[in-house]
Design a protein around this ligand. Structure first.
Ligand code: PMP
Length: 366
């Protein structure tokens, strides 16, 4: 049988593993930071209407520049952050993963490097490698905050072309202070003009404000966002960025023509019409997140402060065995490979109760 190893693939892909969060059919799935609430029926009906309208024109390519969608995304950002953003400063793609890929194709690539502070979202490294960009793993403190002195020293020494700042950080839930981002940006610009990407996939769940206002006067700063989490639309595949309009112009050089289908654009626009309802679910999830943090601490476990819709908890001598034992109770959480720690996504109150019951049972057995 032919295997990957027999194929003439790129050398740097040899021996690598694909992104692979398990998709198991278990009763309680709290492993991929999805929103547990299905879209409301009124929105489902509106999507059907908007998609039907789009279907009447599917013989044509979609709006290549997604003008209406970018206008609405810019309005959403302006309204929720108080920082004025226009259509020209917003770009959208199929999930923020594609946004990040386009950024790396434009600002990274062969002979260039990207730096991230790990543990962090594993796709930052994977997309870097996939675009031929060298990956530099930067340090964090014991409490998973960014070790600023060490980070600045790494930037000065390694002079990366791209710097990732994930806030709130996946898988730890840690938010990054605006001052830290500013210091990293200054250090990165001093080393060479490099792109700093703030990945705000989870920012709607944060206790803190978005870092979007930092874009002012910083043309090499990008904020990336997604509709997969707060908007409860992971299946839609819609991510976006805000940055200087020149960055939006730059990614045009690598984006595939008509990359965002008319169906995707229509669906995303329908979701944006229902922003207020969807953000109401975010409030519920934040309350559930805080309840889970308290409950896990009450059980004597360590919990990393969370600004996201998920929680890192531990510490366990045999992390994988605990993951399996919780799974055996019908609850799927995530083992991100951070020694001693697991990650759970905040679900519905009933799902969270099932998770807490499973944890209570499992830690009794430890
Ligand atoms: N950034 C972070 C930090 C994430 O955790 C995720 C999804 N898990 C993404 C980006 C990508 O999300 P999507 O492609 O669904 O927008």
């Amino acid at each position: 049988m032919t295997t990957i190893d027999d194929l003439p693939i790129r050398d740097e892909l040899r021996g690598q593993s694909p992104y692979g969060a398990p998709q198991l059919d278990v009763p309680v799935q709290l492993n991929t930071n999805e929103n547990p609430y299905p879209l409301p029926e009124a929105l489902v009906a509106r999507i059907a209407e908007r998609v039907a309208e789009a279907a009447r024109h599917l013989n044509r390519y979609p709006d290549r520049d997604a003008v209406e969608l970018r206008t609405e995304l810019a309005a959403y950002l302006t309204r929720t952050t108080g920082h004025p953003v226009g259509r020209a400063q917003v770009w959208a793609a199929n999930g923020s993963n594609e946004v990040l890929q386009q950024l790396l194709q434009t600002f990274g690539g062969p002979g260039r490097t990207a730096l991230g502070f790990e543990p962090s979202y594993s796709m930052h490294a994977l997309i870097s490698r996939g675009t031929g960009t060298g990956w530099i793993s930067g340090p964090r403190n014991e409490d998973f905050t960014v070790d600023l002195d060490a980070a600045v020293a790494t930037i000065a020494e390694r002079r990366p072309h791209v710097v990732f700042v994930c806030s709130p950080n996946n898988p730890t839930g840690t938010a990054v202070e605006a001052d830290t981002v500013l210091a990293l940006y200054e250090a990165a610009q001093a080393a060479r003009p490099s792109l700093v990407i703030v990945d705000e996939a989870y920012v709607e769940f944060s206790h803190r404000a978005s870092l979007l206002p930092l874009l002012e006067g910083r043309p090499n700063l990008v904020v990336s966002r997604t509709m997969s989490k707060a908007f409860g639309a992971a299946g839609l595949r819609l991510g976006y960025l805000a940055a200087d309009a020149a960055v939006v112009d730059a990614v045009q050089l690598v984006r595939l023509p008509y990359h965002l289908s008319a169906v995707t654009q229509a669906t995303a626009l329908a979701c944006l019409e229902h922003t207020d309802t969807l953000l109401g679910y975010v409030e519920r999830l934040k309350a559930e997140r805080d309840r889970l943090v308290d409950a896990l601490r009450g059980l004597g476990l360590e919990v990393t402060d969370s600004d996201a819709n998920f929680i890192q908890f531990g510490r366990f001598a045999d992390t994988h065995a605990v993951w399996q034992a919780i799974l055996d109770r019908g609850v799927l959480v995530r083992d991100n490979g951070v020694p001693g720690w697991l990650r759970v996504t905040a679900g519905t109150p009933a799902e969270n109760d099932a998770f807490l019951d499973a944890v209570r049972f499992v830690i009794k057995e430890l």
